[in-house]
Design a protein around this ligand. Structure first.
Ligand code: ARG
Length: 463
Protein backbone atom coordinates (compact mmCIF):
# COMPACT_ATOMS: atom_id res chain seq x y z
CA UNK A 1 0.00 0.00 0.00
CA UNK A 2 1.30 3.41 -0.90
CA UNK A 3 1.78 5.66 2.12
CA UNK A 4 -0.24 8.45 0.53
CA UNK A 5 -3.27 6.26 0.22
CA UNK A 6 -5.28 6.07 3.42
CA UNK A 7 -6.26 2.70 4.84
CA UNK A 8 -9.88 3.83 4.67
CA UNK A 9 -9.78 5.86 1.43
CA UNK A 10 -11.22 3.21 -0.94
CA UNK A 11 -14.45 5.16 -1.50
CA UNK A 12 -12.94 8.64 -1.55
CA UNK A 13 -12.44 10.58 -4.78
CA UNK A 14 -9.87 13.11 -3.54
CA UNK A 15 -7.21 13.07 -0.85
CA UNK A 16 -7.56 15.20 2.29
CA UNK A 17 -5.66 18.48 2.31
CA UNK A 18 -2.39 18.72 4.18
CA UNK A 19 -4.11 20.82 6.83
CA UNK A 20 -6.95 18.37 7.30
CA UNK A 21 -4.45 15.56 7.52
CA UNK A 22 -2.53 17.34 10.26
CA UNK A 23 -5.74 18.42 11.99
CA UNK A 24 -7.22 14.95 12.14
CA UNK A 25 -4.02 13.05 12.92
CA UNK A 26 -3.34 11.92 16.46
CA UNK A 27 -0.02 10.19 15.94
CA UNK A 28 1.97 13.03 17.49
CA UNK A 29 0.45 12.16 20.86
CA UNK A 30 -1.08 8.69 20.62
CA UNK A 31 2.26 7.08 19.68
CA UNK A 32 2.49 6.74 23.46
CA UNK A 33 -0.10 4.00 23.30
CA UNK A 34 2.14 1.82 21.12
CA UNK A 35 3.00 -0.75 23.79
CA UNK A 36 -0.65 -1.09 24.79
CA UNK A 37 -1.73 -1.25 21.16
CA UNK A 38 0.66 -4.12 20.48
CA UNK A 39 -0.42 -5.98 23.62
CA UNK A 40 -4.05 -5.59 22.64
CA UNK A 41 -3.36 -6.74 19.10
CA UNK A 42 -1.46 -9.83 20.27
CA UNK A 43 -4.36 -10.81 22.55
CA UNK A 44 -6.86 -10.21 19.76
CA UNK A 45 -4.82 -12.24 17.24
CA UNK A 46 -4.41 -15.14 19.68
CA UNK A 47 -8.15 -15.21 20.21
CA UNK A 48 -8.81 -15.09 16.45
CA UNK A 49 -6.50 -18.08 15.98
CA UNK A 50 -7.98 -19.97 18.94
CA UNK A 51 -11.42 -19.54 17.40
CA UNK A 52 -10.21 -20.59 13.93
CA UNK A 53 -10.91 -17.13 12.46
CA UNK A 54 -7.30 -16.82 11.34
CA UNK A 55 -4.79 -19.67 10.89
CA UNK A 56 -1.98 -20.57 13.26
CA UNK A 57 0.45 -19.55 10.51
CA UNK A 58 -1.11 -16.10 10.35
CA UNK A 59 -0.91 -15.83 14.13
CA UNK A 60 2.76 -16.80 14.11
CA UNK A 61 3.46 -14.16 11.46
CA UNK A 62 1.52 -11.50 13.38
CA UNK A 63 3.36 -12.35 16.60
CA UNK A 64 6.71 -12.18 14.85
CA UNK A 65 5.87 -8.90 13.13
CA UNK A 66 4.47 -7.21 16.24
CA UNK A 67 7.49 -8.39 18.24
CA UNK A 68 9.77 -6.79 15.69
CA UNK A 69 7.74 -3.57 15.67
CA UNK A 70 7.91 -3.42 19.46
CA UNK A 71 11.70 -3.62 19.27
CA UNK A 72 11.83 -0.93 16.58
CA UNK A 73 9.70 1.38 18.73
CA UNK A 74 11.66 0.71 21.92
CA UNK A 75 14.90 1.40 20.14
CA UNK A 76 13.58 4.57 18.54
CA UNK A 77 13.90 3.14 15.03
CA UNK A 78 10.20 3.20 14.15
CA UNK A 79 9.25 5.67 11.48
CA UNK A 80 5.99 7.30 12.59
CA UNK A 81 3.96 8.78 9.77
CA UNK A 82 1.36 11.52 10.04
CA UNK A 83 -0.17 10.32 6.79
CA UNK A 84 -1.03 7.11 8.63
CA UNK A 85 -3.03 9.21 11.11
CA UNK A 86 -2.69 7.36 14.38
CA UNK A 87 -0.78 4.74 16.33
CA UNK A 88 -3.13 1.96 15.26
CA UNK A 89 -2.77 2.49 11.53
CA UNK A 90 0.97 3.10 11.78
CA UNK A 91 1.52 -0.21 13.48
CA UNK A 92 -0.88 -2.10 11.23
CA UNK A 93 0.76 -0.74 8.09
CA UNK A 94 4.22 -1.66 9.32
CA UNK A 95 2.98 -5.13 10.27
CA UNK A 96 1.67 -5.66 6.78
CA UNK A 97 4.97 -4.46 5.33
CA UNK A 98 6.79 -7.03 7.44
CA UNK A 99 4.50 -10.07 7.26
CA UNK A 100 2.23 -9.44 4.28
CA UNK A 101 -1.36 -10.67 4.19
CA UNK A 102 -1.34 -12.00 7.74
CA UNK A 103 -0.96 -8.37 8.85
CA UNK A 104 -4.07 -7.44 6.89
CA UNK A 105 -6.03 -10.15 8.72
CA UNK A 106 -5.25 -8.76 12.20
CA UNK A 107 -8.10 -6.25 12.03
CA UNK A 108 -10.73 -8.98 11.49
CA UNK A 109 -13.61 -8.56 13.95
CA UNK A 110 -12.13 -5.38 15.34
CA UNK A 111 -12.40 -1.64 14.80
CA UNK A 112 -10.15 1.19 15.83
CA UNK A 113 -13.05 2.22 18.03
CA UNK A 114 -12.81 -0.74 20.39
CA UNK A 115 -9.06 -0.86 19.83
CA UNK A 116 -8.40 2.67 21.05
CA UNK A 117 -10.75 2.29 24.01
CA UNK A 118 -8.82 -0.83 25.01
CA UNK A 119 -5.45 0.88 24.62
CA UNK A 120 -6.45 3.81 26.83
CA UNK A 121 -7.77 1.49 29.52
CA UNK A 122 -4.53 -0.53 29.51
CA UNK A 123 -2.53 2.68 29.68
CA UNK A 124 -4.63 4.13 32.48
CA UNK A 125 -4.61 0.95 34.53
CA UNK A 126 -0.81 0.96 34.60
CA UNK A 127 -0.79 4.68 35.39
CA UNK A 128 -3.20 4.19 38.29
CA UNK A 129 -0.97 1.46 39.73
CA UNK A 130 2.08 3.68 39.51
CA UNK A 131 0.24 6.66 40.98
CA UNK A 132 -1.12 4.52 43.81
CA UNK A 133 2.44 3.54 44.74
CA UNK A 134 3.58 7.16 44.62
CA UNK A 135 0.69 8.29 46.84
CA UNK A 136 1.81 5.59 49.28
CA UNK A 137 5.41 6.85 49.16
CA UNK A 138 4.26 10.36 49.97
CA UNK A 139 2.12 9.09 52.82
CA UNK A 140 5.16 7.25 54.15
CA UNK A 141 7.20 10.46 54.02
CA UNK A 142 4.47 12.28 55.95
CA UNK A 143 4.35 9.54 58.58
CA UNK A 144 8.15 9.59 58.93
CA UNK A 145 8.14 13.33 59.49
CA UNK A 146 5.14 13.13 61.83
CA UNK A 147 6.88 10.53 63.98
CA UNK A 148 9.61 13.01 64.81
CA UNK A 149 7.15 15.75 65.74
CA UNK A 150 4.43 14.30 67.93
CA UNK A 151 5.47 16.65 70.75
CA UNK A 152 6.20 19.64 68.53
CA UNK A 153 3.52 22.22 69.22
CA UNK A 154 2.35 24.62 66.55
CA UNK A 155 -0.58 26.98 66.38
CA UNK A 156 -3.58 25.41 64.71
CA UNK A 157 -5.39 27.94 62.54
CA UNK A 158 -8.89 28.79 61.52
CA UNK A 159 -9.31 31.72 59.14
CA UNK A 160 -5.48 31.64 59.12
CA UNK A 161 -5.69 33.16 62.62
CA UNK A 162 -4.17 31.38 65.60
CA UNK A 163 -6.94 29.16 66.99
CA UNK A 164 -5.76 26.36 69.28
CA UNK A 165 -2.42 24.64 69.74
CA UNK A 166 -1.94 21.37 67.89
CA UNK A 167 0.79 18.81 67.48
CA UNK A 168 2.71 19.37 64.24
CA UNK A 169 2.47 15.61 63.67
CA UNK A 170 -1.31 15.87 63.96
CA UNK A 171 -1.31 18.56 61.30
CA UNK A 172 0.82 16.40 58.98
CA UNK A 173 -1.40 13.40 59.58
CA UNK A 174 -4.39 15.38 58.32
CA UNK A 175 -2.75 15.16 54.89
CA UNK A 176 -2.17 11.45 55.38
CA UNK A 177 -5.95 11.07 55.78
CA UNK A 178 -6.66 13.07 52.63
CA UNK A 179 -4.24 10.94 50.65
CA UNK A 180 -5.72 7.78 52.11
CA UNK A 181 -9.09 8.75 50.66
CA UNK A 182 -7.36 9.62 47.39
CA UNK A 183 -5.82 6.15 47.29
CA UNK A 184 -9.25 4.63 47.92
CA UNK A 185 -10.76 6.67 45.10
CA UNK A 186 -8.01 5.55 42.73
CA UNK A 187 -8.46 1.89 43.47
CA UNK A 188 -12.21 2.24 43.09
CA UNK A 189 -11.73 4.01 39.76
CA UNK A 190 -9.39 1.19 38.65
CA UNK A 191 -12.25 -1.31 38.86
CA UNK A 192 -14.23 0.61 36.26
CA UNK A 193 -11.17 1.22 34.08
CA UNK A 194 -10.34 -2.47 34.07
CA UNK A 195 -13.13 -3.70 31.77
CA UNK A 196 -12.44 -4.84 28.22
CA UNK A 197 -14.01 -2.95 25.27
CA UNK A 198 -12.55 -5.21 22.52
CA UNK A 199 -15.24 -7.19 20.79
CA UNK A 200 -17.51 -4.17 20.56
CA UNK A 201 -15.90 -3.58 17.16
CA UNK A 202 -17.14 -0.37 15.48
CA UNK A 203 -20.24 -0.11 17.68
CA UNK A 204 -22.56 -3.10 17.35
CA UNK A 205 -20.32 -6.09 17.96
CA UNK A 206 -19.05 -8.44 15.28
CA UNK A 207 -20.37 -11.38 13.27
CA UNK A 208 -17.25 -13.49 13.93
CA UNK A 209 -17.39 -16.12 16.67
CA UNK A 210 -15.10 -14.18 19.02
CA UNK A 211 -14.22 -15.05 22.61
CA UNK A 212 -14.12 -11.81 24.58
CA UNK A 213 -13.47 -13.53 27.90
CA UNK A 214 -10.32 -15.05 26.50
CA UNK A 215 -9.05 -11.62 25.44
CA UNK A 216 -10.00 -10.19 28.85
CA UNK A 217 -8.04 -12.91 30.64
CA UNK A 218 -5.04 -12.47 28.37
CA UNK A 219 -4.96 -8.73 29.09
CA UNK A 220 -5.77 -9.13 32.82
CA UNK A 221 -9.07 -7.25 32.61
CA UNK A 222 -11.57 -8.02 35.38
CA UNK A 223 -14.39 -8.43 32.87
CA UNK A 224 -15.80 -7.26 29.53
CA UNK A 225 -17.79 -4.10 28.83
CA UNK A 226 -21.32 -5.41 28.54
CA UNK A 227 -22.73 -3.08 25.91
CA UNK A 228 -20.90 -2.55 22.64
CA UNK A 229 -22.22 0.99 22.07
CA UNK A 230 -21.18 2.04 25.54
CA UNK A 231 -17.83 0.26 25.24
CA UNK A 232 -16.64 2.31 22.27
CA UNK A 233 -18.12 5.64 23.25
CA UNK A 234 -17.91 6.43 26.91
CA UNK A 235 -14.80 7.87 28.48
CA UNK A 236 -16.30 8.21 31.94
CA UNK A 237 -13.49 6.08 33.35
CA UNK A 238 -10.97 8.70 32.16
CA UNK A 239 -13.08 11.52 33.56
CA UNK A 240 -13.29 9.71 36.86
CA UNK A 241 -9.54 9.29 36.91
CA UNK A 242 -9.09 12.99 36.18
CA UNK A 243 -11.41 13.78 39.09
CA UNK A 244 -9.24 11.62 41.37
CA UNK A 245 -6.17 13.40 40.03
CA UNK A 246 -7.75 16.82 40.56
CA UNK A 247 -8.48 15.95 44.18
CA UNK A 248 -4.94 14.73 44.79
CA UNK A 249 -3.57 17.93 43.28
CA UNK A 250 -6.05 19.96 45.30
CA UNK A 251 -4.82 18.33 48.49
CA UNK A 252 -1.22 18.91 47.49
CA UNK A 253 -1.93 22.51 46.58
CA UNK A 254 -3.28 23.05 50.09
CA UNK A 255 -0.15 21.55 51.61
CA UNK A 256 1.92 23.63 49.18
CA UNK A 257 0.22 26.80 50.32
CA UNK A 258 1.04 25.89 53.91
CA UNK A 259 4.67 25.11 53.12
CA UNK A 260 4.94 28.46 51.38
CA UNK A 261 3.49 30.29 54.39
CA UNK A 262 5.55 28.26 56.85
CA UNK A 263 8.82 29.01 55.11
CA UNK A 264 8.12 32.71 54.80
CA UNK A 265 10.84 34.31 56.97
CA UNK A 266 8.16 36.21 58.90
CA UNK A 267 6.74 32.86 60.00
CA UNK A 268 9.85 30.67 59.89
CA UNK A 269 8.27 27.35 60.89
CA UNK A 270 10.19 25.27 58.38
CA UNK A 271 12.84 25.32 55.73
CA UNK A 272 12.84 23.22 52.59
CA UNK A 273 16.00 21.61 51.27
CA UNK A 274 17.78 23.91 48.82
CA UNK A 275 17.21 21.58 45.89
CA UNK A 276 13.49 22.43 45.96
CA UNK A 277 14.02 26.18 45.96
CA UNK A 278 15.49 28.72 43.61
CA UNK A 279 17.03 32.11 44.00
CA UNK A 280 16.22 35.42 42.43
CA UNK A 281 18.25 36.87 39.58
CA UNK A 282 18.12 40.32 41.15
CA UNK A 283 17.65 39.84 44.92
CA UNK A 284 20.60 37.85 46.27
CA UNK A 285 18.97 37.16 49.65
CA UNK A 286 15.99 35.27 48.21
CA UNK A 287 15.17 31.60 48.53
CA UNK A 288 11.87 30.92 46.81
CA UNK A 289 9.66 27.86 47.31
CA UNK A 290 9.32 27.21 43.59
CA UNK A 291 8.32 23.58 43.85
CA UNK A 292 5.28 24.09 46.12
CA UNK A 293 4.32 27.15 44.09
CA UNK A 294 4.38 25.13 40.89
CA UNK A 295 2.36 22.34 42.47
CA UNK A 296 -0.21 24.95 43.45
CA UNK A 297 -0.11 26.33 39.89
CA UNK A 298 -0.26 22.97 38.15
CA UNK A 299 -3.40 22.14 40.08
CA UNK A 300 -5.10 24.65 37.80
CA UNK A 301 -4.18 22.76 34.68
CA UNK A 302 -5.21 19.41 36.14
CA UNK A 303 -8.58 20.87 37.08
CA UNK A 304 -8.72 22.21 33.53
CA UNK A 305 -8.17 18.75 32.07
CA UNK A 306 -11.05 17.39 34.14
CA UNK A 307 -13.33 20.09 32.79
CA UNK A 308 -12.00 19.48 29.27
CA UNK A 309 -12.95 15.81 29.40
CA UNK A 310 -16.35 16.47 30.93
CA UNK A 311 -17.03 18.99 28.19
CA UNK A 312 -15.72 16.61 25.54
CA UNK A 313 -18.19 13.93 26.59
CA UNK A 314 -21.15 16.19 27.13
CA UNK A 315 -23.85 15.84 24.47
CA UNK A 316 -21.96 13.29 22.37
CA UNK A 317 -24.51 11.02 20.77
CA UNK A 318 -23.83 7.28 20.81
CA UNK A 319 -21.58 5.72 19.77
CA UNK A 320 -17.97 6.63 18.83
CA UNK A 321 -17.31 10.16 17.61
CA UNK A 322 -14.00 11.60 16.57
CA UNK A 323 -14.37 14.02 19.49
CA UNK A 324 -13.03 11.22 21.60
CA UNK A 325 -9.62 11.52 20.02
CA UNK A 326 -9.34 14.67 22.13
CA UNK A 327 -9.37 12.59 25.32
CA UNK A 328 -5.71 11.71 25.09
CA UNK A 329 -3.72 14.90 25.55
CA UNK A 330 -5.54 15.96 28.74
CA UNK A 331 -5.28 12.42 30.07
CA UNK A 332 -1.59 12.02 29.26
CA UNK A 333 -0.77 15.40 30.73
CA UNK A 334 -2.76 14.61 33.87
CA UNK A 335 -0.90 11.34 34.35
CA UNK A 336 2.51 12.87 33.62
CA UNK A 337 1.98 15.91 35.82
CA UNK A 338 0.62 13.88 38.69
CA UNK A 339 3.45 11.35 38.58
CA UNK A 340 6.12 14.07 38.56
CA UNK A 341 4.36 16.01 41.31
CA UNK A 342 4.01 13.02 43.63
CA UNK A 343 7.56 11.91 43.04
CA UNK A 344 9.01 15.29 43.80
CA UNK A 345 6.70 15.85 46.76
CA UNK A 346 7.66 12.66 48.62
CA UNK A 347 11.30 13.64 48.27
CA UNK A 348 10.59 17.22 49.33
CA UNK A 349 8.80 16.15 52.52
CA UNK A 350 11.80 14.12 53.63
CA UNK A 351 13.86 17.33 53.41
CA UNK A 352 11.56 19.49 55.58
CA UNK A 353 13.47 21.01 58.50
CA UNK A 354 11.32 22.13 61.40
CA UNK A 355 11.94 25.15 63.60
CA UNK A 356 10.08 23.95 66.69
CA UNK A 357 10.93 27.10 68.66
CA UNK A 358 9.28 29.36 66.08
CA UNK A 359 6.18 27.16 66.04
CA UNK A 360 6.01 27.24 69.82
CA UNK A 361 6.45 30.98 69.97
CA UNK A 362 3.62 31.47 67.49
CA UNK A 363 1.39 29.06 69.42
CA UNK A 364 1.95 31.12 72.57
CA UNK A 365 0.60 34.17 70.78
CA UNK A 366 -2.97 34.77 69.89
CA UNK A 367 -4.49 33.36 73.11
CA UNK A 368 -4.51 29.85 71.71
CA UNK A 369 -5.50 28.33 75.05
CA UNK A 370 -8.53 30.57 75.59
CA UNK A 371 -10.89 27.69 74.80
CA UNK A 372 -9.14 25.65 77.48
CA UNK A 373 -9.95 28.33 80.04
CA UNK A 374 -13.60 28.24 78.97
CA UNK A 375 -13.67 24.44 79.21
CA UNK A 376 -12.08 24.68 82.68
CA UNK A 377 -14.91 26.94 83.84
CA UNK A 378 -17.53 24.66 82.35
CA UNK A 379 -16.05 21.78 84.31
CA UNK A 380 -16.59 23.95 87.43
CA UNK A 381 -20.28 24.15 86.62
CA UNK A 382 -20.51 27.38 84.60
CA UNK A 383 -22.66 27.16 81.44
CA UNK A 384 -20.49 27.26 78.27
CA UNK A 385 -21.94 30.52 76.93
CA UNK A 386 -21.22 32.30 80.24
CA UNK A 387 -17.73 30.81 80.32
CA UNK A 388 -17.19 32.07 76.76
CA UNK A 389 -18.10 35.58 77.91
CA UNK A 390 -15.79 35.43 80.96
CA UNK A 391 -12.88 34.31 78.80
CA UNK A 392 -13.57 36.96 76.17
CA UNK A 393 -13.29 39.64 78.87
CA UNK A 394 -10.07 38.07 80.23
CA UNK A 395 -8.59 38.03 76.73
CA UNK A 396 -9.50 41.67 76.24
CA UNK A 397 -7.78 42.51 79.52
CA UNK A 398 -4.63 40.52 78.68
CA UNK A 399 -4.53 42.06 75.22
CA UNK A 400 -4.59 45.55 76.70
CA UNK A 401 -1.83 44.52 79.08
CA UNK A 402 0.11 43.05 76.17
CA UNK A 403 0.51 39.55 77.58
CA UNK A 404 -0.91 36.02 77.29
CA UNK A 405 -3.61 34.60 79.60
CA UNK A 406 -1.00 32.37 81.22
CA UNK A 407 1.06 35.46 82.15
CA UNK A 408 -1.74 36.97 84.25
CA UNK A 409 -1.64 36.72 88.06
CA UNK A 410 -4.19 34.41 89.66
CA UNK A 411 -5.74 37.46 91.33
CA UNK A 412 -6.15 39.14 87.97
CA UNK A 413 -7.86 36.08 86.48
CA UNK A 414 -10.10 35.81 89.53
CA UNK A 415 -11.51 39.27 88.78
CA UNK A 416 -13.35 37.59 85.90
CA UNK A 417 -14.51 34.50 87.83
CA UNK A 418 -14.08 33.37 91.39
CA UNK A 419 -14.12 29.77 90.12
CA UNK A 420 -10.62 30.18 88.75
CA UNK A 421 -8.05 28.56 91.03
CA UNK A 422 -4.35 27.85 90.95
CA UNK A 423 -4.74 24.69 88.90
CA UNK A 424 -5.64 26.93 85.94
CA UNK A 425 -1.98 27.43 85.09
CA UNK A 426 -1.47 23.82 83.97
CA UNK A 427 -4.60 24.17 81.81
CA UNK A 428 -3.27 27.28 80.10
CA UNK A 429 -0.02 25.65 78.95
CA UNK A 430 0.33 24.42 75.39
CA UNK A 431 1.05 20.89 76.60
CA UNK A 432 -1.99 20.94 78.91
CA UNK A 433 -4.15 22.07 76.02
CA UNK A 434 -2.91 19.29 73.74
CA UNK A 435 -3.11 16.56 76.34
CA UNK A 436 -6.70 17.41 77.20
CA UNK A 437 -7.87 16.55 73.64
CA UNK A 438 -7.44 12.90 74.29
CA UNK A 439 -9.91 11.01 72.13
CA UNK A 440 -9.71 9.41 68.73
CA UNK A 441 -9.06 12.14 66.17
CA UNK A 442 -7.82 14.59 68.83
CA UNK A 443 -4.40 16.22 69.00
CA UNK A 444 -3.23 14.73 72.33
CA UNK A 445 0.24 13.23 71.74
CA UNK A 446 -1.02 9.86 72.94
CA UNK A 447 -3.72 9.93 70.25
CA UNK A 448 -1.36 11.17 67.57
CA UNK A 449 0.97 8.26 68.33
CA UNK A 450 -1.96 5.89 67.89
CA UNK A 451 -2.91 7.57 64.62
CA UNK A 452 0.65 7.13 63.37
CA UNK A 453 0.60 3.46 64.36
CA UNK A 454 -2.69 2.96 62.48
CA UNK A 455 -1.22 4.74 59.47
CA UNK A 456 1.80 2.46 59.45
CA UNK A 457 -0.43 -0.61 59.63
CA UNK A 458 -2.51 0.73 56.76
CA UNK A 459 0.58 1.44 54.67
CA UNK A 460 2.02 -2.00 55.19
CA UNK A 461 -1.28 -3.63 54.32
CA UNK A 462 -1.86 -1.44 51.24
CA UNK A 463 1.60 -1.59 49.73
N1 ARG B 1 -7.29 8.04 16.68
C1 ARG B 1 -8.61 7.67 17.01
C2 ARG B 1 -8.93 8.09 18.46
O1 ARG B 1 -8.05 8.38 19.14
C3 ARG B 1 -8.78 6.20 16.88
C4 ARG B 1 -10.18 5.77 16.60
C5 ARG B 1 -10.56 6.23 15.26
N2 ARG B 1 -11.83 5.71 14.85
C6 ARG B 1 -12.47 6.21 13.80
N3 ARG B 1 -13.59 5.68 13.52
N4 ARG B 1 -12.03 7.27 13.18
O2 ARG B 1 -10.05 8.11 18.89
Amino acid sequence: MDNNKKTWSGRFSEPVSALVERYTASIHFDYRLAEEDIRGSLAHARMLAARGIITQEDLAAIERGLGQIREEIREGRFDWSQQLEDVHLNIEKRLTDIVGDAGKRLHTGRSRNDQVATDIRLYLRAAIDEIGDLVGALQQALVDLAEQHVETVMPGFTHLQVAQPVSFAHHLMAYFEMLKRDAGRLSDCRKRVNQLPLGAAALAGTSYPIDREMVARELAFDGVCENSLDAVSDRDFAIEFCACAALIMTHLSRLSEELIVWMNPAVGFITLADRFCTGSSIMPQKKNPDVPELVRGKTGRINGHLVALLTLMKAQPLAYNKDNQEDKEPLFDTVGTLIDTLRIYADMMTGVRVNAAAMRKAALQGFSTATDLADYLVKKGIPFRDAHEIVARSVQYAEQKGCDLADLELSELQRFSEHIEHDIFSVLTLEGSLESRNHIGGTAPQQVRKAIARAKDWLSAER
